[in-house]
Design a protein around this ligand. Structure first.
Ligand code: ZN
Length: 281
């Protein structure tokens, strides 16, 4: 079935690592608008995979803040649905199965490098996102962990020289060169937690998401995710990236958690309608 013929399913996927802030809300609002415009379903997924940063009290606050702001969803951790569970912390078996697929297909290798190893060895510049310096390929030829005791991560081997191309719903045609714009990336961390982008691919596919709406800082990451979809033999969703909101100093709004958290804005007497006034759509 062609993606465009499938009923639209979008998602809000906040991580409960702090209060939701206005930068998140704006991207989520776009996701809401896209789902409404397409007569689709919107799901709420609790992206709490990163258990070291996750705090239980933030989940209920997150849901409360989203509701206050005017968000509605048809499936989620609070209301259930046919594609649950809707919290990543309860979906480990999905990630383990997908990791096994990648391993059986020879797409990943164990990497014992520390952050410092990579920093010291890297000659290439940062990929331009949160991944840090480009991985120099130190462990590429390893097939299995050579030392039983040493901690390792699983890293995806990218096809050097291949152009990964996709048409973004907002920014149009995007192209990234594997091995140049981004290198081999971690899918499973050395602390035995799936990497965030890997978990997202597994969940978006399992939950039949047809369009992912998110911030433009993740454009490069979409190229990585498309490689994961291909390796896992899964159909990728469409992508719609939103321009990031910058403050008057050119800093990303997302970095200013405290002053612009929905909670703080609400306590200062702001209304959702006023906060949304200048947004497109
Ligand atoms: Zn390594």
């Amino acid at each position: 079935m062609n993606l465009s013929e499938k009923p639209y399913r979008g998602r809000l996927a906040p991580s409960p690592t702090g209060y939701l802030h206005l930068g998140h809300a704006r991207t989520f609002w776009m996701a809401r608008e896209r789902a409404r415009a397409n007569g689709g379903t919107l799901i709420l997924r609790n992206d709490d995979i990163d258990s070291t940063r996750f705090k239980l009290e933030f989940v209920s606050q997150m849901i409360e803040d989203l509701r206050w702001f005017g968000f509605e969803w048809q499936e989620g951790p609070d209301c259930g649905g046919a594609f649950g569970p809707y919290s990543q912390s309860e979906r480990r078996s999905f990630y383990v199965a997908a990791l096994e697929k990648l391993r059986a297909g020879g797409f990943i290798y164990p990497c014992t490098c520390s952050r410092k190893d990579i920093r010291d060895a890297a000659s290439a510049p940062n990929a331009g996102d949160d991944e840090g310096p480009m991985y120099p390929g130190t462990c590429r030829e390893k097939r299995k962990a050579e030392s039983g005791k040493q901690k390792f991560s699983w890293r995806f081997r990218v096809p050097d020289g291949e152009i990964i191309s996709f048409t973004d719903g907002n920014f149009g045609v995007q192209q990234f060169l594997a091995g140049k714009n981004f290198g081999d990336f971690v899918v499973w961390r050395h602390d035995d937690v799936p990497a965030y982008q890997f978990a997202c691919v597994v969940d978006d596919a399992a939950m039949d998401i047809t369009e992912v709406v998110r911030g433009a800082d993740l454009l490069v990451s979409t190229a990585r995710q498309l490689l994961l979809y291909r390796a896992l033999k899964l159909a990728p969703p469409n992508f719609f990236h939103c321009a990031l909101v910058l403050d008057e100093k050119g800093q990303r709004l997302a970095k200013r958690h405290d002053a612009l958290s929905l909670r703080a804005l609400r306590e200062r007497g702001e209304t959702p309608e006023a906060l949304r006034r200048d947004w497109a759509q």
